[in-house]
Design a protein around this ligand. Structure first.
Ligand code: RFL
Ligand code: PHB
Length: 390
């Protein structure tokens, strides 16, 4: 088998890259180790920046998003019983869309199937070869038969635990990492959301986030211990803990119900540099991870593949500049989103090691945020997404 771009991973990065390349007349094959059902079953991101929506528009996969996504002009930050609204639209002229990653992935999968494009699911033992040479190729086993895909380029869109970054020789890559001493316990339920705007809560018992997927489906999180197991958390225990961390007037309005999904995610900041190794390009979680507090992971994955698709189109039109500058351009945005996600995480969570002093510093900063339009603008312009510099 031969294609122009072999894409490893059918998460949002891989599928959006394939869709953008298709629009540009570039042929690709997507190779994914899991089943479509498994990929769609992962409940993750919920907030899309305008930059991401623009790319989904460009890829021609945004009709359902525009019909169904909730458009939010702001969000709320609380500490104790105080609530401060961050008016994104007034402060930046921009809004965010609330639309689940699962839905983005489903739209990309449906568009791909409708166009008759090739994706290989349940590919075992995926491996990438000769990306530093002249004959890059990807191999895998499907139904017991070894397959080989020759290509011009490999896009490593296979997430944090994927094979692409792991295949780069240690001396050619530098990684930066911070692991946070807590996780997020998330619960999805068919109950009306607390509000149509998100609420990020700093509380003495730990962080909580009220998010949503629609007017009838809520996604809520509480900061939990890294030792916690999801089986230890009954729905009742989750609701009781979540309610305790909300300001009183919102706690009264909370509607609870049985969970559809519950999971624990560790929090990590991670960057691998560079994002190019010969003919292998990393994009999305394969290259970097942010803690979810800033809602940046999926949006960074989208902006990476936006840059990469454009660079590949330039390559096939005769210019190497885009590919040569891909890593530097992508990383410029990545590091700013890393900083913002680290800062917002640091402001909103209980950190065992910083104790009462750390908690007082957070309250002082949150009070400053309430009193300063400059501080609110800084938060808002990062939250809606920094411009994609090309
Ligand atoms: P993904 O989604 O992990 O997809 C990678 C795909 O590659 C496959 N794969 C392989 N395929 C072939 N061969 C191999 N050897 C392979 N190894 C892995 C995997 O099966 C998978 O299908 O990475 P991608 O595409 O880069 O997308 C990144 C996003 O998924 C991620 O950044 C976001 O979900 C992060 N995130 C959020 N991002 C936002 O922008 N806004 C949010 O509101 C937001 N909330 C969140 C989040 C992540 C969370 N968790 C669970 C970490 C909330 C949470 C709780
Ligand atoms: C979500 O809805 O899952 C979500 C929203 C905002 C975040 C993180 C997760 O910052």
């Amino acid at each position: 088998m031969r294609t122009q771009v072999a894409i490893v991973g059918a998460g949002p990065a891989g599928l959006l890259l394939a869709a953008l390349l298709h629009r540009a007349g570039i042929d690709s094959v997507v190779v994914e180790q899991r089943s479509p059902e498994y990929v769609l079953g992962r409940i993750r991101a919920g907030v899309l920046e305008q930059v991401t929506v623009d790319l989904l528009d460009e890829a021609g996969v945004s009709a359902r998003l525009h019909a169904q996504a909730l458009v939010d002009d702001g969000f709320m930050v609380s500490f104790g019983h105080r609530v401060q609204r961050i008016d994104l639209y007034r402060l930046t002229g921009k809004r965010v869309r609330v639309y689940g990653q699962t839905e983005v992935t489903r739209d990309l999968m449906d568009a791909r199937a409708a166009a008759g494009l090739k994706s290989v699911y349940e590919a075992a033992d995926v491996a990438v070869h000769d990306f530093d040479g002249t004959h890059p190729h990807v191999t895998w086993t499907k139904d017991g038969v070894e397959q080989r895909l020759d290509c011009d380029f490999i896009a490593g869109c296979d997430g944090f635990h994927g094979v692409c970054r792991a295949s780069v020789p240690a001396g050619a890559i530098r990684t930066y990492e911070k692991v946070y001493p807590f996780g997020w316990l998330g619960l999805l339920a068919d109950v009306p959301p607390l509000a149509h705007e998100l609420l990020y809560a700093n509380h003495a018992r730990g962080f909580a986030l009220a998010s949503l997927r629609s007017r009838t489906r809520s996604r809520y999180y509480v900061q939990c211990s890294l030792d916690d197991r999801v089986e230890q958390w009954s729905d009742d225990a989750f609701w009781a803990e979540f309610r305790r961390r909300l300001p009183a007037e919102l706690a009264e309005r909370l509607v609870t119900g049985p969970s559809i999904e519950k999971s624990i995610a560790p929090l990590r900041s991670f960057v691998a540099e560079p994002m190019r190794f010969g003919r292998l390009f990393l994009a999305g979680d394969a290259a970097h991870i942010v803690p979810p507090t800033g809602a940046k992971g999926l949006n960074l994955a989208a902006s990476d593949v936006g840059l990469l698709a454009r660079a590949l189109a330039e390559h096939y039109a005769g210019s190497a500049e885009g590919l040569d500058r891909y890593s530097e351009r992508a990383l410029a945005r990545v590091w700013k989103a890393e900083r913002f996600s680290w800062w917002f995480t640091s402001l909103m969570h209980r950190f065992p090691e910083t104790g009462e002093f750390g908690a007082k510093m957070q309250i002082a900063e949150l009070e400053y945020l309430c009193s300063s339009t400059a501080a609110q603008t800084c938060l808002a312009e990062n939250y809606v997404g920094l411009p994609l510099v090309t």
